[in-house]
Design a protein around this ligand. Structure first.
Ligand SMILES: [Zn+2]
Ligand SMILES: [Zn+2]
Length: 296
């Protein structure tokens, strides 16, 4: 039986002709029956794809032939074969939608002016050396952090990545500008941009977790500074790094511990809420706070 996997990778490198790369990537993914999402921009490539392990290996090997993609860090995880409903390959102004494409400078070494990359071990070493001074800064949407985050992390009030620029410009986090700040996200791609936006706004000592939470969890499981479950953007919805993981998620209806997300009952609303298995029937007919009619 075929073994299914998911690959996650990105590369920040100048891509002079994103449309040509899109067509090439579409042909490769179709040829090898891959599904998932690929975004190409003038700044590089960002992809999450599922398929059989043989086909994914062929695809990754071929993708590495593009000069700027040769050294990409590719993360592998277990797949089911039905992790993504379809294939989507798109050209976008940004690899991740911060709404600030003109703020980002990319050269053959990657993002210019981004945070210093730290391996999971180096993050732990930094915290061991500097203690409470170190701040973890969550680079994801706030809902993702509800089921897991780094110990003591600051979780910005963002519902999409687009909200980060306003959030940083609000002055809310200016007291962190003199402290070591470690940004982290799922696989590292959002921190490449976020850490550069922070550095250019005067955050003086910015680090980014290399390989993201995925790599940290693979390294330390639940024995390190990471607590709880990891939200993922495929049909698994969340992953736990070992069987001792205690999710930080609390059901919005009954406060029970859970890592389960359910959609808001309003058909047009994409809000995900943490809801335990027992409350799923009730949640299915209930809308989220922002869809509730305002009472006067
Ligand atoms: Zn519940
Ligand atoms: Zn809603």
């Amino acid at each position: 039986m075929a073994v299914h996997k998911i690959v996650l990778f990105y590369a920040f490198t100048p891509v002079p002709d994103p449309l040509a790369v899109k067509l090439w990537q579409t042909a490769l993914a179709q040829q090898w029956d891959l599904t998932g999402r690929v975004i190409v921009s003038e700044h590089g490539i960002n992809a999450t794809l599922g398929g059989t392990v043989e086909n994914l290996k062929r695809y990754v090997r071929t993708t590495r032939q593009y000069p700027g993609f040769a050294d990409m860090d590719v993360k592998w995880s277990q797949g089911t074969g039905v992790d993504f409903p379809r294939l989507s390959v798109k050209v976008r102004p940004e690899l991740v939608s911060f709404g600030a494409p003109d703020e980002l400078t990319v050269d053959s070494t990657g993002v210019v002016g981004g945070g210093v990359h730290l391996s999971p071990q180096e993050v732990d070493d930094l915290v061991a050396a500097r203690g409470e001074e170190v701040v973890f800064f969550d680079g994801r949407n706030a809902f993702e952090a509800e089921i897991g985050r780094f110990k003591g992390a600051i979780v910005p009030d963002v519902s999409t990545t687009h909200d980060f620029v306003a959030e940083l410009d609000s002055g809310k986090y200016d007291d962190l500008k003199g402290r070591p700040v470690v940004t982290y996200c799922t696989g590292g791609v959002r921190c490449e941009v976020l850490s550069s936006l922070m550095a250019s706004r005067g955050f003086g000592e910015v680090y980014q977790l290399d390989g993201g939470i995925v790599r940290y969890g693979e390294t330390f499981g639940s024995q390190g500074l990471w607590e709880g479950s990891l939200y993922v953007f495929d049909q698994r919805m969340h992953v736990e790094f070992d069987d001792q993981t205690r999710s930080l998620g609390r059901c919005v209806l009954c406060q029970a511990t859970t890592a389960n997300y359910e959609n808001c009952a309003a058909p047009s609303c994409k809000t995900l809420r943490v809801v335990c298995a027992g409350c799923v029937p009730g949640a299915a007919v209930q809308v989220c706070a922002s869809c509730e009619p305002v009472s006067v």
